[in-house]
Structure formats: C-alpha cells, structure tokens
Design a binder for this molecule. Structure first.
Ligand SMILES: Nc1nc2c(ncn2[C@@H]2O[C@H](COP(=O)(O)OP(=O)(O)OP(=O)(O)O)[C@@H](O)[C@H]2O)c(=O)[nH]1
Ligand SMILES: [Mg+2]
Length: 259
C-alpha cells in the first residue's frame, strides 16, 4: 500500500460516509483506493469494502459465546481485532499501489482507547499511517463543542502519535459565518476563550486559557479540513495531505517522519 488512513471520531460524525466519499474521490481521480471495515457492529456501510471484519467477527456470536450484552460484546470484538491483524494484513497485502482507508467502530473508545489499538494500527499499516479525526460541524459550532472536539482530538493523538487530520465534517449543515468562527478560533486561542466566556461565564478561565494556548503552541492542530462527505466536498485537500505525507512532499509535517 502507499499508505493508510484510519478514520476515527465520535459516533455518528460521518466516519463511514467519509470513507465512502474519499474512496470515490480517489478512484474518480485515477488513484487506487480500498476501504477496510473494522467496525463489527455496523449494520450498513455506504461503500464496497475490500475487507469487512464482519465476515470474521460476529457480535451476536460473541454475545452468546461469552454471555455478554451488546456493550460487553463490542469490547471483546474490539480486542479481537488485534488477534485478527495478521489475517487482515494478508487480505490487504496485494493492494500494492493503493491508499487503504480504515473505517473504525462507531464508539470512539472502542478503537482509539483500547490497549491494543496503537499496535493494531502499526501492524495493519506497516507503520505508514495517518489518522483522520472526524468532528461534527454542528457540535463544533459552539465554543464549548469545539473545545471538546479539540480535547478529544488531543486524546486520540496521545494514543497513536501519528500525523492527524482534524476533519470538520457536515459543513453543509452550518452557515458560512459559523465556519468562519471556527476557523478564527483555530487561529486565535484568545478569540476562542472570549467566545467560550460568553457562552459559559462560570468556567475556570485559567485552566482553559492554558489548554487553548497549549494546543496552539504545540502546532498539533494547525489546520481544519472542511468537508462535507455527503456533498463530496473537501476531499482534494485530504488527498493532498495524504500524498504529501506518504509520498514525501516537501512541506509535510516532518515531526512524525523517520526519514
Ligand atoms: N448533512 C450531512 N450528513 C452527513 C454527512 N456525512 C454523514 N452524514 C450523515 O450522518 C449520519 C451518520 O453517518 P455515518 O457515516 O454512518 O457516521 P459514522 O460516524 O460512521 O457513524 P457510526 O459508525 O454509527 O458511529 C448518516 O445519516 C449520514 O448520512 C455530511 O457531510 N453532511
Ligand atoms: Mg460508521
């Protein structure tokens, strides 16, 4: 593979739709692309999966075998992913010149916060991995919602320590003014803090001031990728970042590169 993109984020933010849209965009621009579904709990997926974990891991089987409810079974299933890493790797081995997109379980903690997940990412990607964090525009359009998304993004980064894209999906659902606000908050922690103070007068100012400035200074998130997976908007920029990182573009963030 050329490289792999693991798509994570809170439930319902559009991860699977994003995977479908990115695959479609890549193929229509003459790149080879494949999607691997790592969500054993998904009932419907909006793409043709080259590899589908549901053929290997069955939630209902786990529930009856281990006498578990749906949540317990999801956790066992998430941990079984690592046990199946070699099998999945064999299945994607032939995808030489492909960008491989991994769709991950609906609940973010099942992928991003399980102990084996960083190992899983390394094994499936052979080390060539980026992570797309999908945030919902409607949630991110309030200062507190945006801060919560950035903090969750930071948590995911602390788990994987891979190059990450902050994808603001469903931009079709918010106004241009709201998008401009989010971009201005991204560029200025002071503006974000002011907006947050207006929303929640009782918040602990020093705590959040430090956090918001730390995010800015760390350069960990310095760009928002505006996407509407539904409208096929924004995928060119996502591809641009992937191509830069995987094929060695000059202005790629070098923080994570070995070479
Ligand atoms: N308006 C709009 N709706 C979207 C967009 N992307 C996804 N959706 C809708 O959001 C809902 C959830 O999309 P999914 O792609 O299933 O989201 P997900 O994050 O994979 O969901 P889980 O895996 O269940 O957590 C669906 O109804 C999608 O049609 C978008 O860009 N704009
Ligand atoms: Mg999904």
């Amino acid at each position: 593979m050329i490289g792999s993109l693991f798509v994570t984020g809170p439930a319902g933010t559009g991860k699977s739709t994003f995977c479908a849209g990115l695959k479609e965009w890549l193929i229509s621009n003459d790149y080879d692309a494949a999607v691997v579904n790592l969500d054993p709990g998904s009932e419907y997926i909006p793409y043709d999966a080259e590899v589908d974990i549901r053929e290997t891991i069955s939630l209902s089987q786990i529930m009856s075998e281990y006498n578990l409810g749906p949540n317990g079974a999801q956790i066992v299933a998430a941990d079984l992913l690592l046990e199946n890493a070699d099998k999945i790797t064999r299945m994607i081995k032939e995808l030489d010149d492909y960008y491989v997109i991994f769709d991950t379980p609906g609940q973010i903690e099942l992928f991003s916060f399980r102990p084996g997940s960083p190992i899983l990412v390394d094994r499936l990607s052979g080390g060539k991995a980026m992570i797309a964090y999908i945030a919902d525009s409607v949630i991110a359009s309030s200062p507190s919602g945006y801060i919560s998304q950035k903090m969750l993004f930071g948590s995911v980064m602390s788990r994987f320590y891979k190059p990450m894209l902050f994808v603001l999906n469903k931009t079709d659902l918010i106004s241009e003014e709201e998008i401009n606000n989010i971009v201005s908050w991204e560029n200025s922690p002071d503006l974000l803090l002011d907006a947050f103070l207006e929303e929640k007068q009782e918040m602990v100012k020093d705590y959040f001031s430090s956090i918001l400035h730390a995010f800015k200074e760390s350069q960990m998130v310095n760009r928002i990728f505006q996407v509407s997976a539904r409208d096929m908007y924004g995928f060119e920029d996502i591809y641009g970042e992937m191509s830069l990182f995987f094929t060695g573009g000059s202005d790629t963030d070098t923080m994570f590169r070995d070479d």
